[in-house]
Every structure is written in C-alpha cells, then in structure tokens.
Write a protein that binds this ligand. Structure first.
Ligand code: NAD
Length: 316
C-alpha cells in the first residue's frame, strides 16, 4: 500500500513509518522538523520537509496514497496553555487543510492520532469511549476538534475516518525536552545519571503507559481493519499505574538509587487515568504485548541516549 505519515519524523511517526517500510509498503513522510528529526527514518522512507498547512504540497504528496496517518501536531499540554492559537493553527487548522486535500485527492482512509487527554477529569476508570468528555486544556480541545473535523469531512466526502485516542505512549526515541519532559524518559534519564526524580503531589496519581510497539500495532491495523469507519478507539495498556509504582519499577530496572524529591504542587490533569481497551480488542484485535517493566527495559536498551549511559556505567 501507499501511505502518507504526517509528523512521521517524530517519536511515534518514526516508529510507524519504519515499521510500514519494513513490511514492504511505500511510505512518504511529511514533517516540518519543528520537533522531529528525519535521521532516524529508514532509508526506504521518502521524507519531505514541509508544513501541514501547505495545501499545494499536500496535493502533491497525496497522489496515489491509499491511507494517511495524521500524526503531525504540537504535543505539549503546558505549552498549549501558553500559546493556544499556535496549537489551534497546527492541530486544528492543519487537520482541516489536510482533510480538504484528502477529500480532493480521493484518499480512501485517514487515521488520526487523538489523545486520552480529551477525556479530562473523570470519576471512574477505565475510560470508555462512550463517556462524556471534558477536555481541560487547549491541547485536549485541539485533539477533540481534530477528531470532529476528520470524522465530519470524512463522512461528507466518503473518506473512511478512524480516530485512535492514545494514552501515555513511551519507548525508545521519545525526546526529553528540558521543560515538561515526558515522565518515563525523564525518570529513566535521572535514574541512570544518579540525578533527582521529582514527584508531584503524593505520587498516587495514575496513568496508562503504553509501549510504542503496541501503539504502532494498533495504528497499522487501523489502516486496513473493516468496520472501523467513523470509530473513536482508545489505545492504552489497560493498566493503571501510579507515579510511585513507576518510580519503584524505574529503580528496579535501572538498579540505581536516584534521590526522590516531593513537590507538593500537583502537575495538573486527572488524578486517575486508564483506558478501556475493550473496543480496541473488538475492532482491531488489539492486545498490548509489552508490560511496563519490559517496556522500561527495552527503552533503556534501545534508546541511544540511555544505551550510552549504560555502556559507561553498566547496570547493577
Ligand atoms: N506520545 C504520546 O504519548 C501521545 C499520546 C496521545 C496522542 N499522541 C499524538 O500522537 C502524535 C505524535 O505524537 P509524538 O509523541 O510522536 O510527538 P512528536 O512531537 O514526536 O511528533 C509530532 C511531529 O509533528 C511534527 N510537526 C509539528 N508541527 C508540524 C507542522 N506544522 N507541520 C508538519 N509537521 C509538524 C513535529 O516535527 C513532530 O515530528 C501527535 O498527534 C500526538 O498528539 C501522542
């Protein structure tokens, strides 16, 4: 098949594009490199640098494409509160521009990477796709808007539309920016360098951590599965893990003893988050294969930044 992966030079996009190329598909990536880096893409992947709002470029790239994976987005929740108009421009307008081009070039299917963040604060876990959503940040609003546009324009134009609400993905290749880094790569980095792990609140808040290969499995299946048009489907591990449990596992897999500091200020977001993956199991035959402890080990072994640390100071 012929695929276009927008945001394909990012964390999830690189893993997805490389998997598709390995399976023998033709993969074209569009990415503006604002956060991603194409050096990690397989040589078989055709890379084009450009912006998701460039309609003429999209037209060119979409010729003969069977399915689009739409991952291009700005992804920092705290940054979205500071610059909501930027998040609207890329995550919402960019999606609309892409959908117009998809409609006009008659692509058969689009798969959007939405987010578990759209649920906002909920009283009960696990989160079913059918519950009322309460997005609480501009990032969450932008992902929910993108879902609506993809499904609405898709339905009007006869383009099959699938929205995957991904929970906290992690794995090798995830960037660790200085401000607001993703929790798993941040904890691993500080544990391996004997730094300090900062725990916001009392550490009882929970998240659903899902390994990158499991997310890629779900994405790949979504591009050909039958009966998924117009569906919104959660992708997580289905396991609820507290920050304290995550710290314990990080200590266990690294064998290091990082200092722990408690910051009484909570970092924001829901106290508890966990995906119901029943719908993914039914519609995509999705079964998460990598438990958190294994995923942490794989991340350390396969991510060049952690591999370097382990080589200089081997694990106990
Ligand atoms: N990683 C997660 O835990 C997670 C969870 C839920 C949803 N998602 C969604 O999955 C997708 C990929 O996330 P990721 O973690 O790989 O993030 P990422 O930042 O690594 O990837 C996003 C990519 O989009 C590119 N991009 C940004 N603005 C662009 C623009 N204007 N034009 C073209 N490309 C642009 C960036 O350069 C980057 O390579 C995003 O849509 C994100 O919202 C991720």
């Amino acid at each position: 098949m012929n695929y276009l992966v927008t945001g394909g030079a990012g964390f999830l996009g690189t893993a997805l594009s490389n998997r598709l190329a390995k399976q023998g598909h033709h993969v074209r990536v569009l990415d503006d490199c604002s956060a991603g880096n194409p050096v990690y893409l397989s040589p078989e992947v055709e890379f084009v640098q450009g912006d998701i709002n460039e309609k003429t470029l999209l037209w060119k790239l979409l010729q003969d494409v069977d399915c689009v994976f739409h991952l291009a987005a700005k992804v920092s929740v705290p940054e979205s509160s500071l610059f909501p108009s930027n998040y609207n421009l890329v995550n919402v307008s960019g999606t609309v521009t892409l959908m117009e081009a998809i409609r006009d070039t008659k692509v058969k299917r689009v798969v959007l990477t939405s987010s578990g963040a759209v649920y906002g604060r909920q009283d009960h876990t696990p989160y079913l796709e059918s519950i009322e959503v309460h997005p609480e940040t501009p990032y969450a609003v932008s992902k929910l808007s993108a879902e609506h546009y993809v499904r609405t324009i898709g339905a009007q134009a006869g383009v099959e539309a699938v929205c995957l609400r991904i929970f906290n993905a992690y794995g090798p290749g995830q960037r660790v920016p200085h401000s607001h880094p993703p929790i798993i790569s941040n904890f691993l980095k500080h544990a391996l360098t004997n730094g300090t792990i900062i725990i916001h609140g009392d550490g009882s808040q929970t998240r659903d951590y899902v390994y990158v290969d499991d997310v890629v499995n779900a994405l790949v299946t979504s591009s050909t599965a039958v009966g998924v048009d117009q569906q919104v489907i959660n992708i997580g591990s289905g396991v609820e893990t507290s920050v304290l449990e995550l710290v314990r596992l990080v200590r266990q897999v690294t064998g290091r003893k990082p200092e722990e500091v408690y910051n009484p200020l909570k970092s924001g977001g829901s106290d508890r988050m966990c995906a119901s993956i029943a719908k993914a199991q039914e519609k995509l035959n999705y079964i998460p294969l990598v438990p958190l402890e294994t995923g942490l080990r794989l991340t350390m072994e396969r991510d060049p930044q952690f591999k370097k640390e382990i080589e200089t100071k081997p694990l106990a």
